[in-house]
Write a protein that binds this ligand. Structure first.
Ligand code: SF4
Ligand code: SF4
Length: 469
């Protein structure tokens, strides 16, 4: 049995300002008796350091909503109230609850539990209109995290053969192309601009710790971070290859930004990169309207790995909020179907990114047809970054983040990935799938709301044609 892939998580609180759904408030009638310091096992209540006769403000960060302090305060001085700023963070896609859940997963690396049962809607847009077949969940010993059977989340990047040739002596005649294996179907995508050095270092360390790779603009790959080169994917345009030969030579994977020139002459670009070293080439294609045509042409030209990049809400690049631009789920399905129709799907690796916001989006994207995913914003939320959508994407970094040690920030990103890995295992176990490679395009394991809605009610509520007599 192969050695089990494991992500080491460790409780890592971050004492920075974050917006919580509720906050604990201590009223004027507090008599500073200190009873709440004893009843709260999470140490949300402490005395002031400068004047221990008085109570400090409650620490909402560590509160776990047990209500014990509220019940036991002899003066009824404590109350939990809705934080009015909470509803204003995020937006239609990056919902406040989603951001809070990411923050909490980064805190302890645990699978989030809603406690009182799920009370939200059962369908929505994008991945929310997709349910997975959990029929194998009734077999507890085969269950994801706790089960005895090994569930492999590993994936391979690179060109594959669609058949093998053997010579007359029965020896393999086909040359099997090189691939890069990753133990988890998640890459770190190009980070936000102007990150402080400790955040950049933490991203590199976290990618290394979980044995994945991070895509970075080639200009940011300085000699100081060379020690992480095994886990860095330099991203560049073809014209930069000559200037950055040394970086390309060392890389296992190189990401090239898509352009018409890349599409028109992919073989010579790949030849140039191959001449320098062993790197496999990823072409980063914006998820525009005709992205499936571009992906098919690239695949036929010999592309090894195609990265479909939707916008930060998982929308088509030429769509905007409120328009009819496709969402990531449908974009991946269109690309996958097109490659299947062209009988070339098995030969090329597809990465999907943009709007991968929760652990469940990873297996869902793979069921739609991606081989793996790439993420960026969730890693920033793990560090306390707030996301706002309107009027445009805005990331607000918490004050003091640049002073926090990179090892704390690293552990929080590792925690987040540990929580996601556990959730992917749970989903795969419940679906009865033991190999992440088998998730790709396995749409029979998914139920798409739009399709069952059409099958069930299509004829009843379909607009009838008006026939004039
Ligand atoms: S238990 Fe109530 S009265 Fe006593 S210190 Fe805490 S908030 Fe104040
Ligand atoms: S509600 Fe529970 S966890 Fe929160 S501060 Fe009070 S005692 Fe602590």
């Amino acid at each position: 049995m192969p050695k089990k892939y494991h992500i080491n998580t460790k409780a890592t609180p971050l004492d920075l300002d974050f917006v919580f759904k509720f906050k604990i408030v201590r009223g004027e009638n507090c008599i500073n008796c200190g009873k709440c310091t004893k009843v709260c096992i999470y140490e949300a209540h402490k005395r002031r350091k400068d004047d221990p006769r008085k109570m400090a403000d409650p620490n909402t960060v560590v509160c776990r909503n047990c209500f014990r302090c509220i019940q036991e305060c002899p003066r009824g001085a404590l109350e939990k109230s809705l934080d009015k700023d909470f509803a204003n963070i995020g937006g239609a896609f990056w919902k406040p609850d989603m951001l809070l859940s990411l923050w909490k997963q980064a805190e302890d690396g645990q699978v989030p539990v809603s406690g009182a049962g799920y009370r939200g809607p059962f369908t929505g847009t994008g991945f929310d209109s997709m349910w997975t077949d959990m029929s194998e969940i009734v077999r507890p010993t085969r269950d994801g995290i706790h089960g005895r059977e090994y569930i492999n989340t590993g994936v391979d990047l690179g060109r594959k053969l669609n058949h093998l040739n053997f010579d007359s002596g029965g020896q393999l005649a086909s040359k099997v192309p090189d691939t890069v294996a990753l133990p988890i179907p998640i890459l770190f995508d190009i980070p936000a601009d102007n990150l402080s050095s400790n955040v950049k270092e933490a991203l590199l360390k976290a990618a290394t710790a979980i044995n994945t790779c991070i895509i970075m603009p080639v200009a940011e790959i300085t000699p100081e971070i060379e020690k992480y080169s095994n886990n860095i994917i330099p991203c560049l345009v073809p014209e930069e290859i000559d200037t950055h030969e040394a970086v390309v030579k060392k890389a296992r994977l190189v990401a090239i930004e898509y352009s018409d020139a890349v599409l028109n002459d992919f073989p010579s670009l790949r030849g140039k990169i191959k001449k320098l070293g062993q790197a496999l080439t990823i072409i980063r294609v914006p998820a525009v309207k005709d992205v499936e045509d571009i992906a098919a042409r690239l695949a036929h030209s010999g592309a090894e790995i195609i990265h479909i990049v939707a916008d930060y809400r998982g929308q088509e690049r030429n769509g905007s909020a409120g328009t009819n631009g496709r969402l990531l789920k449908d974009i991946i399905r269109a690309v996958h179907s097109r490659l299947v129709e062209d009988r070339i799907r098995d030969e090329v690796t597809i990465i999907a990114s943009g709007g991968i916001a929760m652990a469940e989006h990873v297996p869902k994207a793979m069921l739609c047809g991606a081989d793996l995913t790439a993420i960026d914003i969730p890693l920033m939320v793990a560090l306390g970054v707030r996301v706002y959508e309107e009027p445009e994407k805005l990331l607000i970094f918490p004050e003091g983040l640049d002073k926090i040690s990179s090892s704390i920030l690293t552990q929080r990103m590792v925690n987040l990935m540990g929580a996601w890995h556990s959730q992917i295992l749970e989903m795969m176990g419940a679906m009865g799938i033991r190999e992440a490679r088998r998730l790709r395009g396995e749409s029979g394991r998914a139920i798409f709301f739009e399709e069952i809605d059409k099958d069930t009610f299509g004829n009843l509520f379909r607009k009838r044609e008006v026939v004039s007599l």
